[in-house]
Design a protein around this ligand. Sequence first.
Ligand code: UFG
Length: 342
Amino acid sequence: MSKETVLISGGAGYIGSHTTVALVEAGYDVVVIDNFSNSEAGAIEGVEKILGRKITFEKIDTCDKDALRGVFERHQFNTVIHFAAYKAVGESMAEPLKYYQNNLVSFMNIVEMMKEFNRPSILFSSSATVYGDAETLPVTEQTPRQPATSPYGNTKQIAEDILRDCCRAYERLYGIALRYFNPIGAHPSALIGELPRGVPNNLLPFVTQTAAGIRERLSVFGNDYDTPDGTCLRDYIDVVDLAKAHVAAVDRMTAGKMDEKYEIFNVGTGSPVSVLELLTRFEAVNDLKLPYTIVGRRPGDVPAVWADTSYANKVLGWKAERPLDDTLRAAWAWEKRIRNIK
Ligand code: UFG
């Protein structure tokens, strides 16, 4: 007997694909939609291989409201997880309109359809980017948001606000925003993982591509920060643990257990790790050497951000569990599989 059905937008993406697996493993049925703008059909095949069964998938652009309406007409579900969005900080600076258009229109279309079809629960993918350069660390959900430093970050803040206002205004609508810290790693099967197009923006995909010989060397952006080893501190959360946080949030929504109509949770490990520590651990657990150079700071980087996860631990009953070493092994196993490296 399945629990209820969940609509997953952007379910072929990095976090979406891992969450799809976790939800089905937890007994939910899923309807996955994606337009493959930054993902591949292979991700759905990987999900199906892991699960040993087919899933319901439709190639849909969430910005196309009529197409989205069709999904709501064809399928019965009470809960939506909205992942579909662009996510490259640098690109969002160069092409802000592309980001506002895509990320906000798709989000508003989803909320509008939920209202039109009386579907009550939405889980939104937010980001630790909303905290900016926080005054106190670790950040709790009450730590004030800082003005966004990129259009990408601004779309996350605006969407959070839209969700808060809609949950307040529409009696039947309930929302949860999960603020992700730095998702890394891959499924232990190595059948799904992160698949950046072009030059990766984020640290770990750059690391694995350098280890694979695709990139010549890695740049460490700054070692003169006011941190223990001078490099930035982040909260790297395993993508499988992150996926499980979604299951816990969906459980909470479908059980009607929410305390507020709109709730926010930090999803991280609670432990800061420096860039150099991450590189050193990656080298050690995978028994390889990474060529890297210390270069200047990357504009817009905050020196340090990590999560206070006590609220999610207590209220969602969820905790990050996978040791960082396992995560770093899984990231390399995935890169090796997609590059045919033995
Ligand atoms: N870094 C390097 N070299 C690289 C890439 C990154 O040294 O080639 C460093 C960065 O300077 C930073 C750390 O590695 O100190 C992590 O960088 P990422 O780009 O992986 O992650 P960010 O923390 O900058 O960005 C992440 C998400 C964004 C989100 C942001 C803020 O990718 O979506 O957190 O929360 F907006």
